[in-house]
Each structure stands twice: as C-alpha cells, then as structure tokens.
Design a protein around this ligand. Structure first.
Ligand code: C2O
Ligand code: CU
Length: 487
C-alpha cells in the first residue's frame, strides 16, 4: 500500500524538504517570505468578516452508507459561499485545526501578493493550531473560489474549498443568482476516500472521482422563478475533470469567463478545465415545472449535471436579451511593445530522485513511497520540475517580469494530456490557439490541449511572486508548477 500522499506535501515544498526531514537533516526554517506587506482596511472601511475553521468534518455524501471524513471550513455546509460587494473588504480569519499546515489561496483575485496564500512563497505556512488573518479588497466583481495551496490533493480532494462571489457587476437585475459548483468525490459506497492521487493518474490526465456532484448533490434540481432572468455561476472545482458545459431545454448566454465580463455570446458548449468558471444568463421556462439541464458533453454520452426547474407564477418580463455585465478594471494588454515569454508544458526529464534512492528503487524497493517523497516527478515547466528534490529552497522564478509591461505568453503543450494553466494575481487575455478558433476573453486559467499552442497576454501590474501552474492538481504536485517574479 502507498503511504497517503498527504504526508508528502505536509511541508508544502514537497520532496526535497520532506526527504531531508525524514532522513534526519534539519528543516530549513520557515521564515516568512519577503513580499511587500499588503494594504490594510482604513478606518471606516466596510469590512465583512468571516471565520474559516479548517478541520475534519464527517459528512454523509450522496450514495454512501456511512459518513465521509471530509475537510471543511464551516459547520453547516461542505462548500461555504461568501457573497460580498465590490468596495468591501473581506477579513477572513483562517483557523487551522487540521493535522498539517494550510493556507487559503484566493483563486482569480487580483489582490496583494502577501494575501495570495502560497506557503513559503507569499506567507509562512499556517501550522496546526495557528491562525492567519487575510484582509483583501477584491478589485473586480465576479465568481471566484478559494482553496488551500499545500497538499492541495489531500486538502482540496477531501473537500476544503469555498466560493467567493463579488457582487456589483449586474447592469440589470437578475431574478435569481445561482451557484453551481461541480466536483467529483473520490469515495466508495461506504463513504471512504479512494486514492486521491495515483501514479497512473498523475502521469496522465489525473485520477477521477466516482460521485459527480453539483453543490455536493447528485444531479440536483434547483428552483428558479418561472419566466425569470437567471444568472448561473458555474464553477469547475474538480481537480481533474474537463467539462464541456452546455444547456439543454433553452438558450443560455455566456456573460463572464473566470469572473471576467464578456460580450454575451450564446452558449453552445464551453470547455472548462479544473478551476475554470463560466457565468451564464438565461430565461427560465415560462411554464411552472419547465426544466433546463446543465450538461457535460465531454464524455462518450452527455452527462446531466444539474437541472433548473421553473416554479411559481410566471414573472412578467419582456422578451429575453442578455445584458452585458459592467466592465472590470483589468488592464488591457497592448499589442505594441509586448514582450514575449515562451512557456513549455512538458514531461520531467530524468527521474528526479537522488541517485542513492534511485538505486534502491532500481532494486525494486519502494523507498521513495515510504519516505513520502514526491517520488514521482512527472512534469515540468520550461524543463524545470517543481519541487526540486535536490534543494530545500525555493527554486528560482521561471521568469522576471517588469512591472507595468505587457507580456505575451506563448504556451506550448508538448504532452499528450490537457493542462489548465493558472496564473495567480492577474487576469489575462486568451488570444489564440494553434488548434481551435478562440473567442478572445479574459481568464485566470486556460486550458491547453495536447500538442496545442495557446497565446495569452497580460499586463504585469501586480508586484510580487506569482504562482503559475497546472490546475489538474496531481500535475501541479508532480512538477508542473513554478512562479514568476514581477518587480
Ligand atoms: Cu487555484 Cu495556485 O491555484
Ligand atoms: Cu496538467
């Protein structure tokens, strides 16, 4: 039996440090990283305070005969949804009652680097029993989420996540505003977790879960007001699965991509890798009982994920036309003067095991597993796998970007598997693909298909060290991760 992978990433940086620690060497001190300190809410600021207590919470999940030892931030729900308005501050008090360290990363938010929640890189890890206060002022409206950023397979895979909605972008009111958060649970009939990470999955397209849920229910039916204008915030919070999101029984319009407004386009189907979000606007059926279905077409046979069912007396509304959301302040990349940065998604070259361990492995001993090393490093960005097993220190940045310049990142996927690539702290424009027609749009995560080249551009306006990684979390944790330094 493998040791649980969660132990391995206990130290966040994975192999090198874990190996050193377990081999008896001393751990490097977890000095707080030197990032600029974040602005704080001034006197009279409108602050919304929440407490996120990360701990084990046994819950009964769909189709199981016994509770599952999930991890969660809140008592009453597996997936807290925080709603706030733009202009407000969020003060989130993280209390760590897990047996390992954790942090909260605010996925997609263009906030101060010190609040980005990456252990060792932007803050010291929050140890068991400790607390950390995040104070953030989201500059953009939209649909976001938050999750831990160390042992992400073990923590996110056991459920530790939440949704963050920043309101204030609707130029016309909706009659309903629904969150539909998709994720699979890797559990068996008895509610026990099945392996969250496998060599086979980590080295190919990831390990898939068995119980497919939206808002932690299997094919839930969500009530919407008959003939009402409905906003659906769809989030792919799974660690592995790709979704071709479509709607059956009516027409939906895409109004935002990863929380960023887009000129409304009718939804045919839209591919969402892990961490990607899509906001839809649609008119609910006029007949009470009428139903629309959210479908996943990325499968041999389309899979229904959830249904929207019209209820109540039909609302009197004029003929439906989607109203664009208010523009955000994301800076527009200028084509002129843009610098280009090639980013190659590849397999890790040599097995990244120290030679003595490699020799033992060659004799058939599963040494690395027993030591909870990141025994398998499968992936690399520009030839650099993360973590490096030879060093307990942060690797150097993949790139140094000059603050305020526009960068065109030419992402080339040299592997036979898709990779959803996420950049922290910025929204980028997805410009073109070598394989598909791309409707230019803003995103914080973009899917790059096998052998595809995708060009994105962004203004490097947020100073700090920002992670850049694949959001198939098994890929992230077996090497496909790095960071860029903006100064
Ligand atoms: Cu949603 Cu670095 O992650
Ligand atoms: Cu990947």
């Amino acid at each position: 039996m493998r040791r649980p992978w969660s132990r391995r990433a206990l130290l966040g940086l994975g192999g090198g440090i874990a190996a050193a620690g377990l081999l008896g060497a001393s751990l490097p001190a977890a000095a707080p990283p030197r990032v600029p300190s974040a602005p704080r809410p001034g006197p009279g600021a409108d602050v919304k305070t929440v407490t996120l207590t990360a701990r084990r919470r046994d819950r009964r999940l769909p189709g199981t005969s016994a509770p599952t030892p999930t991890l969660g931030y809140a008592d009453d729900t597996t997936l807290p949804v925080i709603r706030m308005r733009r202009g407000q501050w969020l003060r989130a008090v993280l209390r760590n009652q897990l047996a390992e360290h954790t942090t909260v990363h605010w996925h997609g938010l263009r906030i101060a680097n010190a609040m980005d929640g990456v252990p060792y890189l932007t803050q010291a890890p929050v140890l068991p029993g400790e607390s950390f206060v995040y104070e953030i002022e989201p500059p953009d409206c939209g649909t976001f989420f938050f999750h831990p950023h160390c042992d992400t397979v073990g923590q996110l895979g056991r459920g530790l996540a939440g949704v963050l909605i920043v309101e204030g972008d609707a130029a016309a009111p909706f009659d309903a505003d629904l969150v539909c958060a998709y994720r699979d649970w890797r559990i068996d009939d008895a509610g026990r977790f099945t392996p969250l990470m496998t060599d086979k999955g980590a080295s190919s397209s990831g390990t898939f879960g068995r119980v497919r849920t939206v808002n932690d229910a299997v094919q839930p039916v969500l009530a919407v007001p008959a003939n009402g204008d409905v906003r659906v915030r769809f989030l792919n919070l799974d660690m592995t699965r790709l979704i071709d999101l479509g709607v059956e029984g009516g027409t939906a319009w895409v109004i935002a991509t990863d929380g960023n407004p887009i000129d409304p386009v009718p939804l045919d189907s839209w591919r969402l890798g892990p961490a990607m979000r899509l906001d839809l606007a649609l008119r609910a059926p006029a007949e009470p009982g009428g139903t629309l279905r959210l479908m996943n077409y990325y499968a041999a046979a389309p899979v229904p994920m959830a249904a929207l069912r019209a209820e109540g007396p039909p609302l009197a509304r004029p003929a439906f036309a989607p109203v664009p959301l208010r523009r955000s302040g994301v800076p527009v990349p200028a084509a002129a003067g843009a610098l280009s940065f090639p980013l190659q998604l590849g397999a890790a070259g040599a097995p990244a095991l120290p030679p003595d361990l490699a020799a033992l492995e060659a004799q058939g001993l599963k040494v690395a597993d027993a030591l909870c090393l990141s025994s398998r490093t499968f992936w690399a960005l520009n030839g650099q796998p993360w973590p490096s097993l030879t060093s307990g220190h942060l690797p150097p940045p993949l790139a140094r970007f000059e603050r305020g310049r526009t960068y065109r990142v030419e992402i080339a996927n040299l592997t036979p598997h898709p990779h959803p690539i996420h950049l922290h702290g910025h929204s980028f424009q997805v410009l073109s693909s070598s394989q598909r027609r791309i409707l230019p749009h803003l995103a914080d995560t973009t899917l790059v298909l096998p052998k595809e080249r995708v060009t994105i551009a962004f203004v490097a306006d947020n100073p700090g060290d920002w992670m850049l990684h694949c959001h198939i979390v098994e890929h992230q944790e077996t090497g496909m991760m790095g960071y860029v330094r903006i100064a």
